[in-house]
Design a protein around this ligand. Structure first.
Ligand SMILES: O=C(O)CCC(=O)C(=O)O
Length: 331
C-alpha cells in the first residue's frame, strides 16, 4: 500500500489557539483516505486478535472491544504512528521539539452496545506527568452522539483539578482516593458547556489529557463505531508510575521522575532512534508473568479499597435517547 509520508498540512495558529482555550479541537477531513484505510485495516486486524489484556478489558459488555498497544503487533498501526502526519500535529500542539509515541487504544462499540464511556480525564489513568501530552481520536465510521461520539467539557483542562480515574468497567484498583470525585455531568448538563460533533471518517479530534470527556453507549441500530486513539508526549513528560496507574507491559528504560526512554515509547520526532525502531521489527506481546503481576497488583488495590468504610461515589447518569441505560451493565 502506498501513502503520503509528509503531513497533510500544518495546523493553523487559530486551530492551536482553539485547542489551548477549549482543551479540544475537531478538524474535518484532516486524515487523508490513504491513512484512514491503513488505520481501518489495522483496527480490523486488531479486532480479530485481541491481546490477553484486551480480552480482559472487553469482557464485561456485549459488543464492546477495547485494546491497547496495537502498534506493537499490527504493522499498519505502527506505520501510521511512524510515518503519518500525526506526530507533526502533536509537535505543534504541544510546542515540543521531541515527540514520543506513548500508546494507542482501540475502542469499538457495536450497534446497540450498552457501553458508555464515563466522564474522565485521561491523565488520571496514566503513569506519566507533564504538560506536553496530547491525544488524537480517529473514527473510521461516521459518529454522532447517538452512536457514541465523544463529548467534552469545554475548558475543563484549565480547572486545575484532577478527578478519579473512572474506567468503562469501573475498575476499583486504579482509583486514587486523593483525587476529586468526577461530577455527574449528565445529571446537571446546564452547569457545563459541552462540545461534541457529528464526525465522518477522515475527521479527527485532538484533546488535552485533562479535558473531561465521555460518550454514550452506541444506541444506533445499525452503525458500528470503531475508533483509534493515538497518544503523544513531549519534552517535559516524566515517568511517574504507581499501583493506581495504568501498567505498561513493554520494555523501556524510563527512570521514575526521568524522561520517557526506550522502545515502549518510541521517539518519532525530530527523528526516530534506530535501536527503538529495530526493537519493533518483530511483533511484541507482553509476557504472561508481567500480566499476572499487574493482575495481582490490581486485585490487592481493589481489596484495599473494599476495606474502606466510605463508599466511593462513582456512578454517573448515562441515559440515552433510545433507552434508559445506566452503567455499568454486566452480562
Ligand atoms: O472511544 C471512547 O469511547 C473513549 C475514548 C477516550 O476516552 C479516549 O480516547 O481518551
Amino acid at each position: 500500500m502506498s501513502f503520503a509520508v509528509t503531513p497533510a498540512r500544518p495546523l493553523t495558529a487559530e486551530e492551536i489557539l482553539r485547542y489551548r482555550d477549549d482543551g479540544v479541537l475537531m478538524i474535518k477531513g484532516a486524515v487523508a483516505p490513504s491513512w484512514l484505510r491503513l488505520i481501518e485495516t489495522g483496527v480490523e486486524k486488531a479486532r480479530g486478535g485481541l491481546s490477553l489484556q484486551g480480552r480482559f478489558m472487553s469482557r464485561k459488555t456485549r459488543g464492546y472491544q477495547m485494546d491497547t498497544f496495537l502498534w506493537k503487533r499490527v504493522d499498519e498501526i505502527r506505520d501510521a504512528v511512524y510515518y503519518g502526519p500525526f506526530a507533526y500535529w502533536a509537535q505543534q500542539l504541544m510546542g515540543s521539539e521531541q515527540v514520543r509515541f506513548f500508546y494507542d487504544q482501540m475502542f469499538v462499540k457495536e450497534p446497540g452496545a450498552n457501553a458508555p464511556t464515563p466522564w474522565h480525564q485521561d491523565l488520571s489513568f496514566w503513569p506519566i506527568r507533564g504538560e506536553q501530552i496530547t491525544s488524537f481520536w480517529i473514527p473510521v465510521d461516521p459518529v454522532t452522539r447517538e452512536s457514541s461520539g465523544l463529548m467534552y467539557v469545554k475548558g475543563s483542562h484549565k480547572w486545575n483539578r484532577q478527578f478519579k480515574a473512572i474506567s468503562p468497567d469501573y475498575v476499583a484498583a486504579i482509583i486514587d482516593e486523593r483525587m476529586d470525585d468526577v461530577p455527574d455531568i449528565n445529571a446537571h448538563p446546564e452547569r457545563y458547556e459541552l462540545l461534541d460533533w457529528e464526525m465522518s471518517p477522515g475527521d479527527i479530534l485532538m484533546f488535552h489529557p485533562l479535558t473531561l470527556h465521555g460518550s454514550y453507549g452506541n444506541s444506533h441500530r445499525t452503525r458500528r463505531r470503531r475508533a483509534l486513539a493515538l497518544r503523544w508526549t513531549g519534552d517535559d513528560v516524566v515517568w511517574a508510575p504507581s499501583a493506581k496507574r495504568m501498567p505498561v507491559h513493554y520494555s523501556h528504560q524510563s527512570a521514575v521522575g526521568g524522561e520517557l526512554r526506550g522502545a515502549a515509547f518510541p521517539r518519532i520526532l525530530p527523528e526516530p532512534i534506530a535501536a527503538e525502531r529495530a526493537a519493533r521489527r518483530a511483533p511484541e506481546t507482553p509476557s504472561r508473568l508481567q500480566l499476572l503481576h499487574s493482575g495481582w497488583t490490581n486485585l490487592l488495590a481493589a481489596a484495599r479499597l473494599k476495606l474502606r468504610s466510605q463508599p466511593l461515589r462513582l456512578q454517573q447518569t448515562w441515559a440515552t435517547p433510545a433507552a434508559n441505560l445506566t452503567v455499568p451493565e454486566k452480562r
